[in-house]
Design a protein around this ligand. Sequence first.
Ligand code: AMP
Ligand code: GLY
Length: 441
Amino acid sequence: MKLPQTVNILLLGSGGREHAFAWKIAQSPRLEKLFIAPGNAGTRSCGVNADLDPSNFPAIKQFVLNNYINLVVVGPEQPLVEGVKDYFLNDSEIRHIPVIGPSQEAARLEGSKEYAKAFMSRHGVPTAAYFTVTRDNVEEGCAFLASDQVQAPYVLKADGLAAGKGVLIINDLAEAQAELRAMLEGKFGAASKKVVIEEFLSGIEVSVFVATDGKSYKILPEAKDYKRIGEGDTGPNTGGMGAVSPVPFATPEFMEKVRTRIVEPTIRGIREEELDYTGFIFIGLMNCGGEPKVIEYNVRMGDPETEVVLPRITSDIIDLFEGIAHGTLEEKTITVTPRTAATVVCVSGGYPGEYAKELPIQGLSTATAGESGMESEGETIVFHAGTALKGGETVTAGGRVLAVTSLGDSIPAATERSYGTIEGITYEGKYCRRDIGRDLL
Ligand code: AMP
Ligand code: GLY
C-alpha cells in the first residue's frame, strides 16, 4: 500500500515539536496541504492552523472528512493515550486514513510506568529494578524502600501521566516513605494511585528515537535534552531547555548496544504481543558506564529533541510516514547530515512555576530565516513553542516560548548561532540557559 503521490496532512499539537514537524513536512514535494491543529503562531508559516482540540475526536473526524485528509500525524502523547488511533480504526468512514502513532493499548508504554516496566521485563530489555505499590500494599512498599534491595537515592514514579512531574528522587529513607504515602493518597491525582519504586541509575542520559511500522524499524538521530531550568543542571525540572544532536558519547559502539539490546527486543516485543504500533518510539536511556539502560518509553517524539532531530534528516518525511503507515518501512532510506544541530529554548520568566502570558515578542521577522531548509552553512530557524497571534502581533502563550535551532560544524558553532539569533528577539522576562551543549565538549 502507498499514500497518494501528494497528500493532505493533519498534524495534531501546538508546541515546538509540532512546528518542527510542520517545517519538515512543508519541505516535501509530496505535500498538497498541511493543517496543524491547533498549532501556534509559528506553524502558520508552514500550513493552515485549524482551531481544533486534539482530544475532541468527533471534531477531528469531521475535519478530516471535510478537508480530504490522507494522513494524520499525532505530536503529543495525550491523544494517543486517549485512543485517537483506535477511534479511527473503529469508524468505517475514516478507518482507511492512517494515523502516525500507536493504539491506546500500545500507548500504555508511556501512559503507565508499570505496564512499561512489565513489558521490558517480559522482553529482556535492560532497565532499573522496580517494585509496584498501590494502597493495598503500602506497608510492603515502605519495607521495600528500607530493605537492602534498594539504596538511596530512592526513585518514586507516579504510574500514570503527570505532565513530567511524577518522578521524585529522594535521599532520605523516612522522607521517601512519607512521599510514597502522599503519592498513593493522590499527590499527583489519579496518576499516582499506583507508584513504581525504582533502582537509581547513575550515568548520563540520551534520547534515542525509533520509527516503526510495527514490524521493522529505523533509528533516527539521537539527542541530549537539558531538563533543568538552571545552568549546570540545577533547579526544578522543565519540559526541556535545549537539545543537541548528535551526542558525542553515543558512539557507534554504544549505539550498536542500544540497537541489539534495546531497540530489537522492543520491536520484537511489539510484534509478539501484536501491539498496533505505527509511529515513533522515544527511548529515554541512561548510559551507565557504557551500558545502556532504559529509563522510560515515550510513544511520540521528544520536545525539544524533535527540533534537533528533524533538521538533521535530509530525506523526505512523507516518504518516511508512508513506510510507517503502510508497513513498508524496511524499503525506505533515511538520510542524515553528520553536522551538529543545537536548539536553545527561550522560556517565560517564572517558568516552570507561574508565568505571565500574552507578552508581545519583538524581533521575530528578521530572525526567522530558513523557511525552506537548512542547507546553507550554519542556518538558524526559530521554532515557536508557546506563541499565539493576538491582533496581528505574536505574543507569548506558554512557558516554553521559542526553540531556536542552528546547524553547525561543532556544538559551539551551532549554539553560538542560536545565541546570536536569540539576542535579537525580545520579550519581557525572556530567559534561556547559556550552557546548552557545554557539558558535551
Ligand atoms: P521520567 O519521567 O521517567 O523520564 O523521569 C524523569 C527524570 O527522572 C529522568 O529524565 C531522569 O533524569 C530521572 N530518572 C528517572 N528514573 C530514574 C532512575 N531509575 N534513576 C535515575 N534517574 C532517574
Ligand atoms: N524532552 C522530553 C520529552 O519530550 O518528554
